[in-house]
Design a binder for this molecule. Structure first.
Ligand code: ACK
Length: 302
């Protein structure tokens, strides 16, 4: 794999070292089941904590995603992307080794009411996610469309800094390519833009849509049901509009948190979410505009 880096920048790990680090892939060390196989926690001899994604042997599709993830992410480095430390290809084994993220995924924080995030933390997380996506979309050599941005793919470090993970479905576009069409629509309903879910057309603007869903989920604490159940069509969107239009219903978000200090930022975030989930991709803003809006202290744009 030509990753444009010296191989020595990676931990090129031997199977036996990873087996040792993860207690022989014991169930106790299993963090969960990922897109292409189980993920384990491990500790290297020097004390470094790692997360190991182990490709299930039977999945041929997984092998493509595995290769894709290495070629895509190996070139990238940003504080809001989970760092790939190395990989292992030995006999039948295929593994990816990542920095360990102790606070797991954002999913737990937004939808588990027992761990509510305060507003400054929520805004910090939104900002970090936006910066991570902007980096993917604006890399000088490549435009990278993640294609599966969702709360369970945003991992949190010690200080609850968000990092984007799971590049198995990412696609790298060269300088002249802006959108692509696929017959194999992969990703997650609820976060997929209409043009991608229906026609298989994806671009950076389909990531912007998924980001918009994430923003609305983080602000409202509600999971998007769009496309999952036709009866709940526009469930989150309707909720967001109500929150946006009636200052009164902002209290619904979380009455225990002092909203006064955060109201304009909350409204601005909902506004951003709604801009990003517009039906037509050309109407959606770019991530650079979103990063500027999220970090601005000015009042909500008219
Ligand atoms: O939501 P989680 O707790 O966070 O469950 C999933 C599971 O593995 C399957 O993807 C967790 N996971 C994935 N990568 C990492 C990582 N680098 N550090 C910590 N946990 C991880 C993810």
């Amino acid at each position: 794999i030509d990753n444009g880096k010296e191989e020595s920048e990676f931990l090129l790990l031997d199977f036996t070292i990873i087996a040792q680090a993860t207690g022989n892939f014991s169930d106790d060390n299993m963090l969960g089941e990922g897109g292409f196989g189980p993920v384990y926690k491990g500790i290297l001899k020097g004390g470094q904590e790692i997360a190991v994604k182990r490709l299930s042997k039977e999945s041929a599709q997984g092998l493509d995603e595995f290769k894709n993830e290495i070629t895509c992410i190996a070139k990238l480095q940003h504080r809001n992307l989970v760092k790939l430390l190395g990989y292992c290809i030995q006999a039948e084994e295929r593994m990816l080794i990542y920095e360990y993220m102790p606070n797991k995924s954002l999913d737990h924080f937004i939808f588990d009411q027992s761990m509510p995030l305060d507003w400054p933390k929520r805004f910090h997380i939104l900002n970090g996610i936006a910066r991570g996506i902007l980096y993917l979309h604006q890399d000088s050599r490549l435009r990278i469309v993640h294609r599966d941005l969702k709360a369970s793919n945003i991992l949190l470090d010690h200080d609850l800094n968000p990092k984007i993970s799971d590049f198995g479905m990412a696609r790298c576009f060269d300088g002249n390519e802006f959108e692509a069409k696929t017959r194999r629509v992969v990703g997650t309903y609820g976060y997929m833009s209409p043009e991608y879910a229906i026609d298989g057309i994806f671009s950076i603007k389909s990531d912007v849509f998924s980001f918009g869903v994430l923003v609305l989920e983080i602000v409202s604490g509600k999971k998007n049901m769009r496309f999952q159940h036709p009866d709940h069509h526009h469930n989150l969107l309707g909720h967001a509009w109500r929150l946006y239009k009636t200052g009164e219903s902002l209290k619904l978000i979380d009455s225990s948190i002092n909203l006064l200090n955060n109201t304009s930022q909350i409204l601005r975030s909902i506004h951003i979410g709604l801009l990003c989930v517009q039906h037509f991709p050309e109407d959606r803003p770019s991530m650079s505009a979103m990063v500027v809006m999220l970090s601005s202290d000015s009042e909500l744009p008219q």
